[in-house]
Design a binder for this molecule. Sequence first.
Ligand SMILES: Nc1nc2c(ncn2[C@@H]2O[C@H](COP(=O)(O)OP(=O)(O)OP(=O)(O)O)[C@@H](O)[C@H]2O)c(=O)[nH]1
Ligand SMILES: [Mg+2]
Length: 206
Amino acid sequence: MKIFAAEFIKSCVSPEQFPSGELHEIAFVGRSNVGKSSVINSLLNRRDLAKVSRTPGKTRAVNVFLVSTSDPDLSQFYLVDLPGYGFAKVSKSQRAQWGPLIEAYLDDRASLLAVVLLVESRVVTDLDRQTIAWLRSIRRNPLVLATKVDKLKSSERVRTLRQTHRDLGLVEGEMLIPYSSVTGDGRDRVWRALREAAGSLRTDPA
Ligand SMILES: Nc1nc2c(ncn2[C@@H]2O[C@H](COP(=O)(O)OP(=O)(O)OP(=O)(O)O)[C@@H](O)[C@H]2O)c(=O)[nH]1
Ligand SMILES: [Mg+2]
């Protein structure tokens, strides 16, 4: 699959600004600093389309990108970078604003094709578990990625990923895709899963 184009469309700070639903959307959620913006850039083969930062809390709005690819089921869609959750240093009022914004976006969105949830191997938090539980409760089973796997020694990789899978409460058969935005590890698997999600809609009876 080729990425023909990827461009930043807008930053939404309130629900009225969300895309109007004419195209499919794929959203990325996860703890602040887990690597969401980096994964987006890596998937799109772009260096700094989504802003990456060492300072957690960089992405503060719902950022929307328009992507076109050679895949017939994903020929045009919106990729959506959501603000990271769980970053303590932002002000209370900012946090009070973000949670509802993310929830407003994820809940009740017919055009939302897939939710990609990022966690960092070894650093699974209660918030990650709560987010999975909440996504399931609104019938949004996430595609879960373990990010920054380049930081794992190859000798510990399998064991750590298995432990992360357990810590998240995923069950046998539920995927945890190892991902590295540095090496591109996991990229093909993620695209395959997203293309399958898009393709299954086509074959679903209406
Ligand atoms: N080693 C390694 N570092 C990574 C990887 N992905 C991201 N990082 C680093 O992790 C930090 C955070 O990355 P971002 O992509 O900005 O994370 P984010 O989840 O978008 O953060 P917020 O926008 O604050 O929610 C940056 O310093 C990145 O360089 C990875 O795959 N491997
Ligand atoms: Mg970000």
